[in-house]
Ligand binder design. Structure first.
Ligand code: HEM
Length: 165
């Protein structure tokens, strides 16, 4: 199970783990934004956002170690379901553009997330309440939220094209 994933495809445990994390993160994020926007429960919003950041960091870190160091790249995981050389080359070529689009969002998300989090922790009072930082925080916050959602959606599309078909 640890070498082949648990979602029923010939992937890896950590790849399937990150796919699940990405699916779970989006509704939790929506809940946290709802708490801030409609319930004014800023302290809960703050801790949920910190927790999401830590979970993302740990999940993606472990995933990268597994993908790059243990498997030696995503192509080697595709090779599990496409052992024949020509079929593997065709699958890799077909999947690569989807990966590039995914990476566009996957690389910018941690940067935006980090900036949003650090500025909010520095500039909002403790416990947090709306103030002079609200305007910039809302812009950065919505950008981070859209970015991570697109990271999740494009990641799932890549997973589908590269590993499920
Ligand atoms: C990456 C992490 C975070 C994201 C993506 C995020 C996102 C957001 C978004 C999109 C809103 C605006 C909701 C609306 O339209 O009304 C918001 C509001 C707010 N957030 Fe965050 N947030 C994050 C972290 C934090 C942290 C760490 C704090 C506290 C230290 C915080 C405190 C607040 C407060 C006080 C508001 C209300 C602002 C106002 O209505 O004037 N946020 N957040």
């Amino acid at each position: 199970m640890l070498t082949d994933g648990f979602l029923g495809y010939r992937t890896s445990f950590m790849l399937d783990f990150v796919v699940c994390a990405l699916v779970i993160i989006v509704p939790v994020l929506c809940y946290s934004l709802w708490l801030a926007k409609f319930k004014r429960r800023y302290q809960q919003h703050k801790w949920l956002q910190i927790a999401l950041g830590v979970i993302l960091l740990v999940a993606v870190g472990a995933f990268e170690v597994d993908l790059q160091l243990v498997h030696g790249g995503w192509e080697n995981i595709v090779a599990k379901s496409h052992p024949e050389e020509a079929a593997l080359a065709a699958k890799v070529a077909e999947s690569r553009p989807y990966l590039w689009v995914h990476l566009l969002f996957a690389v910018t998300t941690p940067v935006l997330w980090c900036v949003t989090l650090v500025l909010a922790l520095k500039r909002f009072p403790n416990p947090p309440t709306p103030g002079p930082h609200s305007r910039l925080h809302k812009t950065l916050g919505w950008l981070s939220a859209v970015d991570i959602t697109l990271t999740a959606v494009t990641g799932l599309v890549f997973y589908y094209v590269a590993f499920m078909q």
